[in-house]
Structure formats: C-alpha cells, structure tokens
Design a protein around this ligand. Structure first.
Ligand SMILES: [Zn+2]
Length: 323
C-alpha cells in the first residue's frame, strides 16, 4: 500500500505557495463534493483563513498538519499529494476514517518563505529567503500549559486554530509534519509504542533516507530507541532544569509566563521596527533566525504536553522530521 501511494506522487519540481495549496484544495473539493470538503478552523495573526481539508465520511478522526515550521514545506507537499490520492482511492481512505489535513497551519510565515519555493534550490538562495518566527510565535509551541511553577495562557491565533480542530475532532491520531534541513530523519512519539518503532525506521531506510542516530535535539530530550524520541515536552524541560539546580525553572523556559512578562520580554528580543511580526521581515533577519530572536533567552513548550494540560489528549501524537 505504501509503495503504491509513493509511486503515484507526482514529480514535483517546486513547492506550492500558500495560494496554490488553497486553490488546489478548492479544486479537489469541487471535483469530489461527496468525499472532500474544506472548512475554516481559524484565522492567522494577519487575518488569513486557516483551512482544513476533510476527506472521507468515517467516524474516526485523523488529524495531520503541516508547516508548523514555515520553512519546512515538504509536509505541505506531502499532504497535497496525499489528499489527491485519498479523494479517489477508497481502499486508501478506508470507510472507518475521516482524514483531516491542514496543509498550512501558519500561512503568514509560510508566505515569507515563498521567495525560495520555486528555486533555484541553492543554499544561498534558501538562506536569503528563509524565514522562521521565534518559538513563541510558532503554532505548535504556544499551547496553554500549567506545570508546577509555570503557567502560560496566551496561544497565538494559529495555535488557537489547531486547538479548535483538536477539540472539535477529538482525533485518534495527530501527525505534525516537519522537515530536517540536514542530517537524517527521526520521529517524536507520544505515547511510545515500541511495537511500531522498527516499522517507522524501515519506512525511511527502505527508501534510502538515513536515520538520525545522534543525541536528542535538546539536552532534556529522551531517546526511546534509535531515531525515535519522546515528544518534546515542557514537563521534561522543567524537570531537567529543576534537577540540575535551576532555582526557578519557570524563569528560563519561556519569555512570558505572565502577560506582563510576555510583553516585556517579547519587546526585548524583537529588533527595532519588528512590531508587525509576520508580513514584514524584520530588518537584518534575512536567512538567520537568530537575528529575530535571542535564542539564549527563549525556550518553547511542546504541543504534546500542553495538549494534555488542556484536557485534549489524542490517543497518539507523532511528529516526524524527514529530510
Ligand atoms: Zn520543524
């Protein structure tokens, strides 16, 4: 089945823009009105609609979202190709499921990457047109969360859209699609299902994708087996800081554990003139995210931990980073 799906993926030569992704979804819904529909789950920071494709009529809900990091459009293209096949392939779709696909959870920031989406695909061009918001402005990293001495209740609009989809669907499965700029592929799982670790690795190795076999991305990361990690979590981060002597573990985790603190720290880390955070690329932020954000003072909260704190706990949350 998987190879059959892969064999039918078109030979894309460029990434689709936000408008092209939306237009493709509309065409698909118009062509298959009994199977495919588009729904609006929210609006971006700049007021742009955030859309979700719903394919199938089954009672079990599966949720996929792409571009949580807007410079990683391979996930959007994956959902673009998958949606086209799901619309016409009943075997693939299954009668039990409804597939909910958010091709672009952050349209504002994805638009700021479109300068490199059509090539030339060189490191220089990518770097010159690259944009990535600070962690606290990312859809997957601003869920409300309370843990020990830490609390956060200011999700960005893109996160609110995701929360709306999750709470409305109560999905069995959530898949967040990331890409790696270099190195191998790896997975984050919550909860861990050891029985599928081998199959997940084989999905990559059978197709020539190397596994990332190094240390976790962050010092509090937990490797479950080769190339399989526990989903990043504020709980792990907080406990790590506490264990190694941080007097106030809440302090370094995020810039805004309270609204007042949010404003003060966010102002400090943004460069002058970057008051409109999306459509205007901050001066000097070309190609380097550190120009926009002081990474030494900013940390992030992972969606899996916060989803449980919001009493929305999917049966399974997987995040894959592939090259
Ligand atoms: Zn990513």
């Amino acid at each position: 089945m998987i190879q059959r799906v892969l064999n039918r993926v078109p030979a894309y030569s460029a990434f689709l823009t936000v408008d092209e992704l939306s237009e493709s979804s509309r065409r698909l819904a118009a062509a298959h009105p009994d199977i495919v529909r588009t729904v609006r789950i929210g609006a971006s920071t700049d007021g742009e609609p955030i859309e979700m494709l719903r394919i199938g009529t089954g009672s079990e809900q599966l949720l996929f979202f792409a571009c949580p990091h807007p410079n990683e459009p391979i996930g959007a293209m994956t959902l673009e190709a998958l949606s086209a096949q799901l619309a016409v392939d009943e075997d693939l779709r299954g009668t039990k499921y409804t597939w909910n696909l958010i091709k672009c959870i952050d349209p504002d920031s994805t638009r700021l990457n479109e300068g490199w989406f059509k090539g030339p695909f060189t490191i220089t061009h990518y770097a010159s047109e690259f944009y990535r918001p600070a962690s606290f402005d990312q859809a997957e990293w601003s869920f409300p969360v309370v843990y020990k001495g830490y609390s956060f209740f200011r999700p960005i609009p893109e996160t609110v859209a995701l929360m709306t989809a999750i709470s409305g669907l109560r999905p069995r499965f959530i898949y967040s699609l990331h890409n790696a700029g270099m190195g191998g592929g790896y997975y984050y799982l919550s909860p861990h299902k050891p029985e599928i670790d081998g199959a997940l690795r084989t999905l990559m190795t059978d197709r020539g994708v190397p596994l990332s076999l190094g240390e976790p991305e962050m010092p509090w990361g937990v490797q479950l087996s080769p190339a399989i990690y526990r989903s990043t979590s504020l709980v792990d981060h907080y406990d790590f800081l506490e264990r190694f002597g941080e007097a106030d573990p809440a302090s370094p985790i995020l810039p805004f554990s309270t609204p007042a603190r949010c404003t003060r720290r966010a102002d400090r880390v943004r460069p002058p003139g970057a008051t409109v955070r999306r459509r205007q690329r901050p001066p000097g932020a070309v190609g380097v995210r550190s120009a926009y954000c002081d990474w030494s003072s900013v940390r992030s909260v992972g969606a899996p931990s916060s989803s449980s704190s919001a009493a929305v706990q999917p049966a399974f949350w997987v995040s894959a980073t592939t090259v």
